[in-house]
Design a protein around this ligand. Structure first.
Ligand code: SAH
Length: 396
């Protein structure tokens, strides 16, 4: 049943579970509910029927309810318009949005719009719609997003699947929603022009969350040999090249990503003789690297822990690639270790890096704790939104 119209059906919590809402955490698991959600939009009530919050719901997802507002009020066009405007205002305040940039406009729970991700790539917007409730409400929010986007110079709209749709019983999508797309889009990031394939690239096409760290690598790579492991389309590599690196290697298992990295290297006016392609499994290829042969090493693997139960295995995988990265780093060289697994908290992440360095027989100074950029904010009430962690080290 499609219950898009207010008032949405009431869904009751088990007695005592309303205490969970007092912390304004936007997620409610099925175990806290008195029944199974019968609609994709609900008014969440305590056991006596007092409505405390409104959100989207799923009968199939263990993460059963995502709260949009902690009051008894509808998710109507005015509501979405305001949240969209608030989200974009932040990016403008921080000077991250612009006609040539790549910038995350909406980061789900972090922008109090659970399940929705929107990325801007120059004149194009890529959407990820993660819940059945947002699908039910599409006719409500889509015109608001469209208006705001058009007013900001956006003419192309693409929708990509998000992990999570399956749990909500939704089919996967990969489509052009509006406008025309001749091919990949180019964004400007600092001194670099970077190409983003909105239809075939990973996630929404690019990893905007590493922007600041790519810029840093560009600043400190002059005269250095730079290894970009898990390099995707070579964002770190191109910044290093533009920053004056003497040699750069991009390592990734994806052939299309490396093809793009090579094209972008040339697009940015860099000499192909100074770029090396390393295609294959990082766990194997990094073992073959000459020890201490790279002055700048970036290790940015995919999320190894997709679920909490994967944590032990993931810890070992992170530790192993960080060890191989440390081993490859020259004495006095710089090493960046990253994890984008939300389930691996900062303490465990640091333990993985520390163990890796010990196993490699190398000492290191911590130059900085790194995280996600300002266009990927998370809510204080939703610590799960903090996912990207990095340690920048000088290695001896
Ligand atoms: N640093 C990149 C983003 C990396 S995303 C940037 O700034 O854009 C993680 C990358 O790891 C992806 O490109 C994926 O293709 C690659 N990858 C995943 N598993 C891998 C493996 N076992 N060996 C090598 N690359 C791998």
């Amino acid at each position: 049943m499609n219950h898009a119209h207010w008032p949405y059906p009431i869904l009751r919590l088990k007695p005592g579970k309303e205490a969970l809402l007092s912390k304004q955490h936007p997620w409610m698991y099925s175990g806290a509910l008195a029944g199974i959600p019968a609609s994709t939009l609900v008014r969440l009530a305590d056991a006596s029927g007092n409505v405390l919050a409104v959100g989207t719901a799923s009968s199939s997802n263990p993460l059963a309810v995502r709260v949009f507002r902690f009051e008894d009020a509808p998710l109507d066009a005015a509501f979405f318009k305001e949240r969209f405007q608030q989200a974009l205002a932040l990016r403008k305040t921080l000077a991250l949005d612009g006609p040539e940039t790549g910038c995350r406009w909406i980061f789900g729970e972090g922008d109090r719009l659970p399940g929705l991700v929107v990325d801007r790539y120059s004149h194009a917007l890529v959407l990820q719609v993660g819940t059945a409730g947002l699908e039910t409400l599409r006719e409500v929010w889509w015109p608001e997003l469209l208006d705001l986007a058009k007013a900001n110079g956006i003419s192309v709209f693409v929708e990509r699947s998000q992990s999570g749709r399956k749990e909500e019983g939704l089919e996967l999508v990969n489509r052009l929603l509006k406008g025309s797309l001749a091919g990949p889009v180019t964004i400007r990031e600092g001194a670099a022009n970077l190409t983003v394939d909105l239809m075939k690239g990973q996630k929404t096409g690019f990893f905007l969350d590493q922007r600041e760290h790519r810029l840093t690598v560009g600043r400190v790579s002059g005269g250095s040999r730079v290894l970009n492991a898990f390099g995707y389309t070579g964002g770190f590599s191109i910044h290093a090249g533009l920053g004056g690196a003497s040699a750069v290697a991009t390592l990734d298992s994806s052939a299309p990503a490396l093809d793009q990295a090579e094209r972008d290297w040339v697009l940015n006016g860099l000499d192909p003789a100074q770029h090396m392609r390393m295609q294959g499994d990082a766990f194997e290829l990094m073992r073959e690297l000459e020890p201490e042969s790279w002055d700048r090493v970036i290790v940015d693997p995919p999320a190894f822990a997709k679920q909490r139960k994967d944590l032990d295995k993931a810890f070992k995988a992170y530790k192993d690639v960080f060890r191989l990265g440390a081993r490859a780093t020259s004495r006095g060289g710089l090493l960046w270790c990253f994890s984008c697994s939300q389930h691996l908290d900062r303490a465990r992440f640091q333990e993985a890096v520390w163990t890796a360095l010990l196993e490699a027989g190398r000492e290191a100074q911590v130059l900085a704790h790194l995280g996600q950029p300002f266009d990927h904010p998370y809510s204080l009430n939703h610590p799960e939104g903090f996912y990207l962690k990095g340690l920048w080290l000088r290695v001896f």
